[in-house]
Design a protein around this ligand. Structure first.
Ligand code: ATP
Ligand code: MG
Ligand code: MG
Length: 353
């Protein structure tokens, strides 16, 4: 068949559906919310929960391959699907990326450094962990965090004052990470195909505002050796997971140019949106190519660029952006511009040096 199943109906699913259509595929989206961004583009929506067994069976029957646009697809759902249809990226990658403890343990296990970390279940654990990290660190929920949600920052807190921190994060399993004094943040978007070949886009330099990605600039202001180390780490992750599809890997760059991996997303990534304007094959098409068993596209860019997210009221910038040359605007079809909501993005191509 030539239908690609997509779990999740947000803007990433929407852009995957667009790229699939350009390559002649039909798409069916599994998403409980009607009129979601992806369903506006896909050929069909199955309106059901991500772990609804009947809906998953329906998705498997209709699809030649199933993929997903967010990392919190229940692992049991991916495993259930995989009994009757190819699921890419593999369930193993989902599992490793869903829990910050498993993620860091996996990364360290294949020789990729991260911030130091300790698990935290209660305020006593937190006190001990903060002690070990000289009073500074970032407390994060192990699962389900995104856009900086489910996090608390501690600076110089050796003498208490953190009672109730665990409760305020919902009394769920937590991890305290040592505070990384990074010089900048970068990410690598890379893909692995069914035949094991790998293509990596150049690292982007990312700036966050209120925990949400604000902009990605390519090239990043880093040395070639740092860029190559980031691409090499991504290749290692892809090979270790026998991965198929696009992955996004975030890194902290330290003053000496060395890297600590922050997290990985087993999907197309916000910091890779620039590829649609600055490369012949975008991260979305690259992902479709990979999961469909097609050859990967060239990951070289034809232009340097800056991608900025349009969040909430930023949507008011659209008329001015449309009037600019060398700006590609992409909106997600969301009706209501709530604060913190990603409404779209744009990529400004920079003059070549
Ligand atoms: P995303 O939306 O990228 O999935 P997230 O909610 O999973 O984000 P992280 O990427 O872990 O959160 O953290 C958000 C931001 O907080 C990072 O990009 C970085 O700026 C800062 N940060 C996170 N962990 C640390 C750390 N250990 N030391 C210093 N800064 C950190
Ligand atoms: Mg994350
Ligand atoms: Mg992140």
């Amino acid at each position: 068949g030539s239908t690609i199943g997509i779990i999740g109906g947000g803007q990433l699913g929407r852009m995957l559906a667009m790229s699939a259509a350009r390559l002649g595929y039909r798409t069916v989206v599994l998403e409980p919310q009607v009129d979601c961004p992806a369903a506006q583009i896909a050929n069909r929506q199955i309106v059901a929960a991500y772990d609804d067994p009947a809906a998953l069976d329906e998705l498997a029957r209709e699809s030649a391959v199933v993929t997903y646009e967010f990392e919190n697809v229940p692992v049991v759902a991916a495993e259930h699907l995989a009994k009757t249809v190819s699921v890419f990226p593999p369930a193993r990658a989902l599992e490793a990326a869903q829990d910050r403890l498993l993620e860091k343990t996996f990364l360290n296990g294949i020789g990729i450094s991260t911030a130091r970390f300790m698990t935290v279940e209660n305020d006593q654990d937190l006190a001990a962990a903060l002690q070990a990290f000289d009073g500074s660190g970032i407390l994060k929920t192990r699962r389900m965090g995104y856009d900086g949600k489910g996090q608390m920052v501690f600076r110089n807190m050796t003498t208490g004052g953190f009672d109730g921190a665990c409760a305020s994060l919902g009394n769920v399993p937590l991890i305290l990470e040592s505070f990384v004094p990074f010089e900048r943040e970068i990410s690598v978007i890379a893909a692995r195909s069914t035949d094991g070949s790998i293509a990596a886009f150049d690292p982007a330099e990312n700036v966050h505002g209120n925990g949400i990605l604000a902009s990605s600039t390519v090239p990043a202001a880093i040395h070639d050796a740092t860029a190559e180390a980031a691409r090499e780490a991504a290749r290692k992750i892809l090979a270790a997971l026998d991965y198929v599809g696009v992955i996004g890997v975030e890194f902290f760059v330290l003053a000496d140019g060395s890297l600590l991996a922050n997290e990985m997303a087993p999907r197309v990534h916000n910091s890779g949106h620039w590829t649609e304007a600055a490369c012949v094959v975008s991260q979305f098409e690259q992902h479709i190519r990979a999961v469909a068993g097609l050859p990967l596209g060239d990951a070289n860019r034809h232009s340097d660029c800056v991608m900025e997210n349009l969040i909430g009221d930023d949507i008011a910038r659209v008329p001015a952006l449309l009037a600019e040359p060398n700006v590609a605007v992409h909106l997600y079809g969301k009706a209501e511009a709530r604060p913190g909501r990603k409404m779209g993005h744009f990529t400004r191509l920079l003059p070549s040096r």
